[in-house]
Design a protein. Structure first.
Ligand SMILES: Nc1ncnc2c1ncn2[C@@H]1O[C@H](C(=O)NS(=O)(=O)C[C@H]2[C@@H](O)[C@H](n3ccc(=O)[nH]c3=O)O[C@@H]2CO)[C@@H](O)[C@H]1O
Length: 123
């Protein structure tokens, strides 16, 4: 069974892509088998080297959306792509809008290895 940290990498990391095409999200959601069983409403992919993301666990500590206090906000903007489910798309035809952005991101970190385990949002 993959750990939360491995799941985060699988679900959110794409360091090798710098610019995306309009079909990026639909392709990624298929390749990363993120559309198993239902269409996830929002998924963000991060186009930064892994160390740039792991260091966020040592940056601004902020409250998570779920009230936990182990979220951290990146002190610099990150190159990301937001994939948002288009209205009216029905599983298994999950149709996503691709939006490339540069924003500060908020992730949750596990205190043990200080690994990113959850994407909380971007601001
Ligand atoms: N503080 C914590 N500390 C430790 N663990 C924590 C904590 N909080 C949750 N987990 C765990 O994380 C796991 C998980 O997958 N949570 S998830 O909410 O579904 C992820 C969201 C995110 O993937 C995506 N999204 C959302 C916005 C956006 O801009 N971009 C974007 O991609 O949508 C999803 C739903 O919002 C789950 O096991 C939960 O228990």
């Amino acid at each position: 069974k993959e750990s939360q940290a491995e799941k985060f990498l699988q679900q959110h990391m794409d360091p090798d892509t710098s610019t995306v095409t309009s079909s990026y999200c639909n392709e990624m959601m298929k390749h990363r088998n993120r559309t198993v069983g239902f269409c996830k409403p929002v998924i963000t992919f991060i186009h930064q080297p892994l160390p740039d993301v792991q260091v966020i666990c040592f940056q601004g500590n902020v409250r998570c959306k779920n009230g936990q206090s182990n979220c951290h906000q990146s002190s610099s903007k990150m190159r990301i792509t937001d994939c948002r489910l288009k209205k009216g798309s029905k599983y298994p035809k999950c149709d996503y809008k691709t939006q490339q952005l540069q924003k500060s991101i908020i992730v949750a970190c596990e205190c043990v290895q200080y690994e990113t385990v959850h994407f909380d949002g971007s601001v």
